[in-house]
Write a protein that binds this ligand. Structure first.
Ligand code: CP
Ligand code: NVA
Length: 302
């Protein structure tokens, strides 16, 4: 049996994406009834974090536990990675002991190297280029609030052309929704991703054009983890890219707002939006648990 990795969304096809979304919705219902199956007794997930996390860590650890298995948290500082062990060596050691490895790290190349040397499935828990796990929860939230006819939807991405934005581009190709992206000059998404997967993408000069008639408006922090030294400069450059009531008024009347979180209130997002009735961010964050469960099941059962 060939192992499956989840390095980015392009490791799955459209049917598999839709299946994972539906399974996540099912898991949510089963959890309400206290009827989550526990098929992964004695299965272990190793989680390597080279960057901070609240949602990714807690959702995967809880997901594994609820499915009958166990998760081990490894920070860079406390593991031998900090003292120079190569990720290829760590991969070969861990995959002899655990059933699944997730890593949050700086470069996508490191995720690829981990996957290459691991004999068990590898999950990208965020890197500089992609955040595919978040897109599973985002698309689950879209399906729950707007239905699953993704091809009829327009999503507006406002702000930095970062890892989340690149993953939205991958999702727009797989699920065939229209994606309007508005970023400041010089902060566009990854050019290769755009060229290869950007069929449904429109780059818009101003945020209002991107948000126009959108079903979903979404954004992310202006400064991602690892770019902290650019924070002050970015605050100035991104000033007119805040999602606020003025911008939301361009979207459809029943549009929802998404944010992967953590949010920097008052920067990329006006408080009033995050706490509004049309904000689905808490539902989106809670869905990380169920989409993680669906992904774990997919990778361990395939
Ligand atoms: N959205 C997300 O990945 O959150 P964390 O950084 O808290 O894991
Ligand atoms: N773009 C953000 C996402 C955090 C979940 C970052 O990489 O820091």
């Amino acid at each position: 049996m060939n192992k499956r990795d989840f390095k980015s969304l392009i490791d799955i096809n459209t049917q598999e994406f839709l299946k994972i979304i539906q399974r996540a919705i099912d898991f949510k219902e089963l959890d309400k009834l206290n009827k989550i199956p526990r098929p992964f007794l004695n299965k272990t997930l190793a989680m390597i974090f080279k960057k901070n996390s609240t949602r990714t860590r807690v959702s995967f650890e809880t997901a594994m536990y609820k499915l009958g298995g166990h998760a081990i948290f490894l920070s860079e500082d406390s593991s031998q990675l900090k003292r120079g062990e190569d990720i290829s060596d760590t991969a070969q050691v861990l995959s002899g002991m655990v059933d699944l490895i997730m890593m949050r790290t700086n470069t996508h190349d490191e995720i690829k190297k981990l996957a290459k040397f691991s004999s068990v499935p590898v999950i990208n828990g965020l890197c500089n280029l992609f955040h595919p796990c978040q897109l599973l929860a985002d698309m689950q939230t879209v399906a729950e609030t707007k239905g699953n006819d993704f091809s009829k939807m327009t999503i507006a991405w406002i702000g930095d052309g970062n890892n989340m934005c690149n993953s939205y581009i991958n999702a727009s190709k797989l699920l065939n929704f229209k994606l309007n992206i508005s970023t400041p000059n010089g902060y566009e998404p990854d050019s290769y991703t755009l060229e290869k997967f950007g069929d449904n993408v429109e780059l818009c000069d101003i945020p209002g054009t991107a948000a126009n008639n959108a079903d979903i408006v979404t954004t992310d922090v202006w400064t991602s983890m690892g770019d902290e030294q650019e924070n002050e400069e970015r605050k100035k450059i991104f000033k007119s890219y805040q999602v606020n009531m003025n911008l939301m008024s361009k979207a459809k009347k029943d549009a929802i707002f998404l944010h992967c979180l953590p949010a920097h209130r008052g920067e990329e997002i006006d408080d009033i939006i995050l706490d509004s009735d049309f904000s689905a961010v808490w539902q989106q964050a809670h869905n990380r648990l169920y989409s993680s469960m669906a992904l774990i099941e997919f990778l361990l059962s395939d």
